[in-house]
Ligand binder design. Structure first.
Ligand SMILES: [Zn+2]
Length: 456
């Protein structure tokens, strides 16, 4: 048994990886509405001999499993798209369909690589008669930061020993830890409606409360730990200027490096909301949304991911692909490109070749949030990225959506499937690696985990 066997299995699945990338990209579905994407993935895995387990409460989540006994190694596949990011695979901004969703975070590639690695490992386990279980998790609603939190709430991750996760990016890199923890809350203010000119003294404005809450929360910013993020929007603030609004809402996110900081800041934000209600003689109802944890550190697992990034063959781009990447890059602000070029010391090409140094993740901190963080609190998890779009391009943009629909994205995904399968191969065949990773996980995660989710 040699490691080349697993790379050969992945190689046999290159067409599958490309097909999944392309199919999901051609049919982008929003978070919570990924019916066709989830069904498509279920069908592939079921044909490959995986047993599919669905969740009655979470329609587009599923667990596909093959094998028996320990270890139980999981791949996480996402497939949701983003609103308003419909984009053709071209070097200028042009929607396939105006206002439609698009794969601006590359989750088409994310799902494709994870499914390719899972199928390759399934075939390898069968061929070599190795005991153990491979799981593929169909994970919806990542963009709402809620899918895996709900899956954790319904105990879908129980019994797993390790999770292999990755994300499309512009670098080939391993992260020891990352992502900010996040909590979401809706504040519903209720006042008294009145004619704004005829009888203003009789009105109590819910919109005033929303505004005063914004003022309060902006003063709060100075007195929270560094890296805390507070953002808000409103989806309701009255109907017309001549009616004192009796209803107004605010929706807040609070993020910080640790969930404990998020929770304490959220408690202070609730006090601000109550203060705003008191000042305006209105009432406030607070409804907590889903929250997700930061990605828990595991150095041993990140070391293994790094070794596999080095070991697997990275993409070789054609001249056409490199000139496409250069054209796409020209649409990004020059300062950002220069900064990233200097950081990665890549000056001639628009795509990154090779693997970033082991510790470079510290300069490329992941300041977004992901529900993958919750998985990393339940079991050891690793997180790596591969280059799927040009240097300077960022996720959640039309440039990323464009690249995700090209062979550049497909090559990045295929590389990721080799890396993911290589990591799983090591975990299945070298038990001492999983022991070390599990030991570190237990040492670092002594707080009890509970998913931040309430059924409505
Ligand atoms: Zn994403």
């Amino acid at each position: 048994m040699i490691k080349q066997e697993i790379y050969d299995e992945v190689q046999d699945l290159e067409v599958l990886c490309q097909r999944v990338c392309r199919t999901l990209w051609n049919h982008p579905e929003l978070s919570g509405k990924e019916k066709n994407s989830a069904d498509y993935m279920r069908e592939i895995l079921s044909k490959e001999g995986f047993a599919i387990e669905n969740n009655n409460y979470l329609e587009h989540a599923f667990l596909a499993e093959y094998g028996s006994g320990k270890p139980v190694i999981a791949f996480l596949g996402e497939y949701d798209a983003l609103p308003e990011l419909s984009q053709k695979a071209c070097t200028h901004k042009e929607a396939v369909q105006e206002g439609a969703p698009g794969h601006g975070c590359g989750h088409n590639m994310l799902g494709a690589a994870a499914i390719t690695a899972a199928v390759a490992i399934r075939r390898f386990l069968e061929k070599e008669k190795i005991s153990g279980t491979v799981r593929f998790y169909g994970c919806p609603e990542e963009e709402l930061l809620s899918g895996k939190v709900k899956m954790a709430y319904y105990h879908m991750f129980d019994g797993c020993d390790a999770a292999i996760t990755w994300h499309p990016s512009n670098t080939n890199m391993t992260h020891n830890k990352g992502y900010l923890a996040n909590a979401s809350a809706h504040f519903y203010f209720k006042g008294i409606s009145a004619h704004a000119a005829f009888a203003p003294e009789q009105g109590r404005s819910a919109l005033d409360a929303v505004e005063l809450m914004s003022v309060g929360s902006n003063y709060l910013r100075e007195h929270v730990i560094d890296k805390t993020r507070i953002h808000y929007s409103t989806d309701g603030g009255g109907f017309a200027p001549n009616i004192v609004p009796d209803k107004a809402n605010a929706w807040y996110f609070v993020r910080a490096p640790h969930m404990s900081d998020v929770k304490s800041t959220m408690e202070r934000l609730k006090k601000i909301a109550q203060g705003a209600a008191m000042m305006t003689e209105t009432q406030v109802d607070i409804k907590m949304g889903c929250g997700c944890c930061e990605f828990s550190e595991n150095v041993a697992f990140a070391d293994l991911a790094y070794a596999n990034l080095i070991e697997a063959d990275g993409p070789k781009y054609t001249k056409e692909e490199l000139s496409f990447a250069k054209e796409l890059q020209k649409t990004v602000e020059k300062g950002i490109i220069e900064k990233e070029k200097n950081l990665h010391q890549v000056y001639n090409e628009a795509m990154i070749f090779g693997v970033s140094p082991r510790d470079q993740w510290k300069e490329c901190e992941l300041t977004a949030s992901s529900d993958t963080g919750d998985v990393s609190r339940i079991m050891p998890a690793c997180l790596f990225t591969t280059a799927c779009w040009p240097i300077g391009c960022s996720p959640h943009t039309w440039q990323a959506a464009s690249s995700a629909g090209t062979t550049i994205g497909e090559k990045g995904a295929f590389y990721a499937s080799k890396v993911a399968a290589g990591i799983a191969y090591d975990l299945f065949t070298k038990p001492q690696l999983l022991e070390k990773i599990t030991k570190e996980f237990k040492e670092r995660n002594n707080e009890t985990y509970s998913p931040m989710y309430e059924e409505s």
